[in-house]
Structure formats: structure tokens, C-alpha cells
Design a protein around this ligand. Structure first.
Ligand code: ADP
Ligand code: MG
Length: 688
């Protein structure tokens, strides 16, 4: 028996040792991990009933003694059936299990046992079929006769096995240290962490479960806010170059663009430049030094973030510094380089593309003032010098390590300004919670003259005509996306999977076209190659999961067909839709869904009606919480396990609590446990 929270699971018991490897897949390696792995629901098996009072169809727990137990084969010998008789003071009842012959050994006559299941009554009599079982010893039951926690597990660990391992860890709860200061716990009526952990796994009743949930949600959101407050403090103390606004040149640059900027674009560019020039932040005398900017530029797909980046980059370059733009993939880096070369064509500024397959020669590297590439840039052997601004496209996480790497390129004691761009429409209030350490610019309006993408919910019986319509578009030379919610077929979910649809469409429907497949289990290289083939028109129809790149521009693609649309968030569907309609041709978005429920249909109808990503994101938040907003790809954005961004009341409470603490002691030195907890987290990954 181990007494340390940081000890590996295997140290808990011999039984736990068997499961250590399998639990690792769930991210659980230590006892602490196990205790902080929360159930996602509870089965109420607390209804302990006397056998005499059993009623057909009711979910009950029966406690008694096994009188008889034996195995037999079903009449056609397909199945092994275990039959038993259990007795309590009021009567006895028959129990049946299938294909679990070992039970006859595990529960021999005379065993005291608790059985939970649904009572079935037919003309043969009353029985319990396949109940969950638990031997009754001295202590409390953990599998029956109570609210039983249910965890999200992999197929290699059963709920029962998990509860058994977890049960062995419960005695260590008292060594979890309390980190929220007492006055905050009192003020916000929070139970202590030990009680919360015990109740979240094995709640006595609804009231204690509610208190535990509140406390643990508060923990997560409080920590998130604290971390934001801290990183803002740290950043303010750093030094970045002061960038001056070159008004005349900027105006000429903007005038030379092939379009007029939207008001939002102008405003965003101005906010960014103002930030980097030190206006509105702590200006240190007349020194050429300001606090580094850390700003998030949010704007729907196609809202024109790249040109905003170009304008601000221009000012940085004119002030004598370099700019780095980092994209998540090579294709996106190339695409950016192409647009930027056009935007800068009237200037003498050199733009360099630097990726794994397109290296910059030393001389080019010296000359290039604006370097576009992937993360490969960060790891360059020789620092680039004089980097004043780093722009990060479509990447929600930017680690501390990466920021340190960046500093190498900025020059002695300096930090570059940081601009992150994202197409995920995070509503402002939410963004302030999530990225409270960042400032925010939003492009809400779209450039004028964008074609409306025709969006339709397609009923199952319209599949054939829709496929015919797609074939017709392909014949005209257009391309199509088919998005599926899963990679592989699933028996239980009944939705189409990418691998299955790929085969079906290839072999049965679109025989004369080239079909591609894209999903998250493929290597990055394979994904890029497939995406590139699609962009180059070598693949006509691309079947993909949600991994399909947000920013990739394929103007020839006019069809976006989404299977199992009800399984995606509205904002996510909107982002998929944004991948078509980028060229001159009319584009279409087809939503296939299991729309038997009116609620589903209403929800999806919002995507048909609205082209406003932010409005759809708000709708998502209201209806289903934050998970959907980021999709599976980016679910790691938030380390929230129990809280959701819909917990608005607690979000406000934690914001207030943090403000109060910072006002009291901005170093947090007065609360060592709290400080340790933040530092622990800071050692892990930071958001952008
Ligand atoms: P995103 O915000 O998705 O990154 P881009 O920056 O790629 O969008 O812009 C999408 C397209 O719109 C590009 O072809 C760009 O040149 C064009 N664009 C940007 N701003 C405007 C504008 N104000 N008017 C017309 N077209 C614009
Ligand atoms: Mg973009």
C-alpha cells in the first residue's frame, strides 16, 4: 500500500497493478491522476428493495444470500446460462446471467451478495436478468446499492474494474492538500477539497454531489483565471521593441490593395499597431522599449485576417525589425506566402518561405524581413535576430517552451510581440475567460460581395438525388468534400464513418473519379500529401473527418457534404461550410443528419439560416456547452474536466476572487499552496 499521491497506480494493490498499463491510455499514471479522473454520470442503484416488494420493470438493488447457483446450456447450445436463487428475509427470486459461467464459482451458495438490475416478470415468474453483482463484506458497497459512478473508459477496462482500483485510492484522499485560501472558501461557500473528491466519486446523496461538483468546477475555473492573471503580470514585465506607426507608408500600402478594407479590418490593424507602439500600455519613458503585445485576432473563415497581419507586419518591418509568421502546416505556409508576396509587391520587402521542404539559404535568410513557415523555424540552429513580431495562424496552443525558443530570435533580453489568429468564433465574454491574458481584436463583418453558400438539411430519402447532384458538379470539373464524424464504423452510434464512406463512394457511387481519404490517424506527411492532391485537383472528392484543415483554400471545391451533422457543433459546421464558396462558382453545403428529433432539426436549421459564426457559437454555448466550439481537434484548448464554459455564474465568481487576491497580494506569497498550484500548472503547457 502506497501513501504517496504521486506514486504509480501499480503501488495501490496487486489488482491495480494489472490495470496500470491500460489506465495509462486514459492519461492516468499516478494515484493523484486517478482521484482527479471524474465520473461523467451516475447510475442510481440506491433503491434497495425487499424481495417480497419487487415490481416488474423497476430498477432495484436486492441484498441477500445465494441459495443455489448452476450453469446450463441454452436449448440450442449457443449460450451458457447461469441460474441462481437469492433469498432475503422476505422471500427469494431467480437470477439469470448469460455467458458468465465463472459466476458459479465466484458466488457459491452461501455468499452474501448485492445485485442491481431491472426486475422482469413474465408468465414463468419474476426474475433479475444480468444484474451487476457485488459481494457484501464489512464496508460500504461501491458497485451496488448506491449512486454508482460511471467513467469514460476504454474497452480494456470495465467500470467495475475501474471502481475497484479507484476504491483502493480513496484512503489517500486526506493527503491531497487544500490550495484554496480559507477566506475564499468561506466567501464562496466551497467545501474542502478532500470532501469534494470523496463525494464526486461516491456521493451519499444529491446534495453532497452538488456541493462536490461546485467545488471542483470552481477549482478549475479559478485556476484558469489565476494562470491568466499571472501570465499577464509576467508579460508586462518583459521588454519588446517599440514599433512606430508609419502613417504615410501604411496608407500607400492600403491604397495599393486590390480591395477596400472593411471597417473591422481597419480597426483591428489600428488596435494592433497601437499596442506595439506602447500606447495604452506601460510606456517606459522615452526608451525604445514597451511591454510585449499579446493579442488574439479572431475572425470567421474568409473575414480577411491575412491582410491585417500584412499591414501590421509592414509597420514592424519599417521600424527595423523582422516578422515571423507560423502556420500549422506547409500547405498553409505556402498559401500565406503567395498572398503576402502579392500584398507586398509594391514594396521592396523580401518575403521568405521556410519550411521543412523549402529551406532558405543563408543569404536569403539575411535578406528576408518577413519569413513565413512552420514550427520548423523555431528550431533553426542559428537565431534569426531582430524578430519584433511573431504571428501564429490557427494554433490554439503555444507552449512556454516555444515562447522561450522565440526569445532566441528576438535579441538580447527582448521578447517579440505576439499576434495569434484564429477562425474559431469564440464569443468575446468567453474569450476573456479563456484567454484573459490576451487582448482581443475581432473581425465580425465579412468583405462585401461574398457569395452565399446554399445550405440544406437533407432527408435520408434524398440521398440518391443529392449524390446525383454531386456527380453532376464533379462532371462540371468541380470538387467536393464529404465529412464524417468517425474514422471507423461503430456498431452503436449508427453514423457513417470516413473509412466506410470512402470505400462505398469509391466502389459504388463515384466510380470514375478519384476519391481521397483524410483522418487523424494518418501521419502528418500523409495528410499534407492528400490535402495537396486535393488542392491540385488530383483528388476530386475528399472524404475526411473533422481534421480537414481550416485555412486551406481550394477555390474549385463547391460541395461540402456533412454526414451525421447532428454530432458536430454549429460553429464547427459553419467552419466546414467555410471551406467551399471561395471561388467564382456557386457552392453548396448539405447536412445529412438523424433528424428524427425536432430539437436536432431546429438546431441544424440555425446553420441554414445564419452565416454568422459568432452567433452560431453563442447558440452552441447555450445549447451544448463549450466542447463543441472547439471540435475534437482543439479540445485540448481547455483543461476543463468538470467545469464548462456554460458555468457563467462560477466564471464570474472566480474572476472576482482572482481580482480580490491580486489586489491583496499580487505575488500570491501569502498563500503558498495556491502559489505552488499555479507554478505546477505553469510548468505544463500555456495557452497561446
Ligand atoms: P481568413 O480570415 O480566413 O484567413 P483570408 O485572409 O485568407 O481570410 O482572406 C480571404 C480572402 O478574402 C482572400 O482572398 C483575401 O485577399 C480577400 N480579402 C481580404 N480582405 C478583403 C476585403 N476587405 N475585401 C475583399 N476581399 C478581401
Ligand atoms: Mg487564414
Amino acid at each position: 500500500m502506497s501513501y504517496s499521491l504521486d506514486a504509480p497506480i501499480a503501488s495501490l494493490s496487486r489488482f491495480a497493478k494489472i490495470f496500470a498499463g491500460r489506465l495509462k491510455k486514459l492519461g492516468i499514471t499516478t494515484v493523484r491522476d486517478l482521484l482527479f479522473y471524474f465520473p461523467f454520470r451516475y447510475d442510481d442503484l440506491s433503491n434497495v428493495v425487499a424481495i417480497r416488494d419487487l415490481m416488474n420493470g423497476v430498477k432495484v438493488t436486492v441484498q441477500g444470500t445465494i441459495d443455489l447457483i448452476a450453469n446450463r446450456r441454452s436449448p440450442r447450445k449457443h449460450m451458457l446460462i447461469t441460474e441462481a436463487l437469492i433469498r432475503d428475509a422476505t422471500g427469494s427470486i431467480k437470477v439469470v446471467w448469460f455467458q458468465q459461467p465463472f459466476l458459479a464459482k465466484v458466488l457459491p451458495p452461501g455468499t452474501r451478495v448485492a445485485l442491481s438490475g431491472v426486475v422482469e416478470e413474465d408468465h414463468y415468474g419474476t426474475q433479475l436478468t444480468s444484474p451487476s453483482y457485488e459481494k457484501m463484506g464489512g464496508g460500504d458497497t461501491i458497485h451496488t446499492g448506491r449512486r454508482v459512478p460511471v467513467y469514460s473508459l476504454t474497452s480494456s477496462v470495465t467500470e467495475k474494474q475501474f471502481r475497484t482500483v479507484l476504491n483502493a485510492a480513496l484512503p489517500l484522499i486526506p493527503s491531497v492538500s487544500e490550495w484554496i485560501p480559507k477566506h475564499i472558501r468561506a466567501r464562496y461557500q466551497l467545501i474542502d477539497i478532500q470532501a469534494a473528491l470523496k463525494s464526486i466519486h461516491f456521493p451519499e446523496d444529491d446534495a453532497s454531489l452538488a456541493l462536490a461538483t461546485r467545488r471542483l468546477k470552481f477549482d478549475e475555473l479559478f485556476l484558469l483565471q489565476l494562470r491568466n492573471a499571472r501570465s499577464r503580470q509576467t508579460r508586462t514585465a518583459e521588454q519588446a521593441p517599440r514599433i512606430t506607426f508609419h502613417e504615410k507608408e501604411t496608407k500607400a500600402f492600403v491604397d495599393a490593395l486590390p480591395f477596400t478594407l472593411t471597417d473591422d479590418q481597419k480597426k483591428a490593424a489600428w488596435e494592433i499597431i497601437k499596442d506595439m507602439s506602447g500606447q495604452g500600455s506601460a510606456v517606459r519613458g522615452q526608451e525604445p522599449i514597451v511591454s510585449p503585445m499579446h493579442r488574439l485576432l479572431e475572425g470567421d473563415v474568409g473575414s480577411g485576417k491575412t491582410v491585417v497581419a500584412a499591414i501590421v507586419a509592414y509597420n514592424v518591418i519599417l521600424s527595423g525589425y523582422r516578422v515571423l509568421l507560423m502556420a500549422p502546416t506547409e500547405i498553409l505556409a505556402e498559401q500565406h506566402a503567395q498572398s503576402l508576396i502579392k500584398f507586398f509587391s509594391g514594396t521592396s520587402i523580401h518575403i521568405g518561405l521556410w519550411t521543412a521542404s523549402h529551406k532558405l539559404l543563408k543569404k536569403e535568410r539575411e535578406e528576408a524581413r518577413f519569413i513565413i513557415g512552420t514550427h520548423a523555424i523555431l528550431h533553426a540552429k542559428e537565431p534569426l535576430h531582430d524578430v519584433g513580431l511573431v504571428i501564429i495562424d490557427e494554433q490554439h496552443r503555444f507552449g512556454v517552451e516555444q515562447r522561450k525558443e522565440l526569445r532566441r530570435h528576438s535579441g538580447e533580453g527582448m521578447t517579440a510581440h505576439l499576434l495569434s489568429m484564429t477562425a474559431t468564433p469564440i464569443p468575446r465574454t468567453l474569450a476573456l475567460t479563456l484567454y484573459g491574458d490576451l487582448d482581443l481584436s475581432i473581425l465580425k463583418m465579412m468583405p462585401r460581395g461574398r457569395k452565399v453558400i446554399e445550405t440544406r438539411i437533407v432527408e435520408p430519402h434524398e440521398r440518391v438525388t443529392t449524390e446525383g447532384f454531386i456527380a453532376n458538379e464533379l462532371k462540371k470539373g468541380r470538387q467536393a468534400f464529404v465529412i464524417c464524424p468517425l474514422i471507423d464504423p461503430s456498431d452503436t452510434l449508427g453514423v457513417r464513418s470516413a473509412t466506410q464512406e470512402f470505400e462505398r463512394l469509391k466502389k459504388e457511387i463515384f466510380l470514375s473519379w478519384t476519391i481521397g481519404l483524410l483522418h487523424g490517424r494518418m501521419k502528418a506527411k500523409e495528410k499534407e500529401a492528400t490535402m495537396r492532391d486535393f488542392k491540385d485537383g488530383k483528388i476530386h472528392l475528399l472524404v475526411s473527418t473533422a481534421v480537414v484543415e481550416v485555412g486551406v483554400d481550394v477555390p474549385n471545391a463547391t460541395i461540402m457534404m456533412i454526414e451525421g451533422a447532428e454530432r458536430f457543433g454549429l460553429a464547427q459546421l459553419h467552419q466546414f461550410r467555410g471551406r467551399v464558396g471561395r471561388g467564382e462558382h456557386q457552392s453548396y453545403c448539405f447536412l445529412f443528419a438523424d433528424t428524427r428529433g425536432a430539437a436536432t432539426k431546429n438546431r441544424l436549421a440555425a446553420v441554414v439560416r445564419s452565416t454568422d459564426g459568432f452567433a452560431l457559437a453563442e447558440e452552441d454555448l447555450k445549447l451544448r456547452g463549450s466542447g463543441d466550439l472547439f471540435g475534437t481537434q482543439q479540445s485540448g484548448v481547455l483543461d476543463l474536466r468538470i467545469a464548462t464554459l456554460g458555468d457563467t455564474a462560477i466564471i464570474h465568481e472566480t474572476q472576482r476572487a482572482v481580482q480580490d487576491l491580486v489586489a491583496q497580494d499580487s505575488t500570491f506569497a501569502a498563500w503558498p499552496e495556491l502559489k505552488a498550484r499555479i507554478e505546477e500548472l505553469e510548468a505544463a503547457i500555456h495557452p497561446e
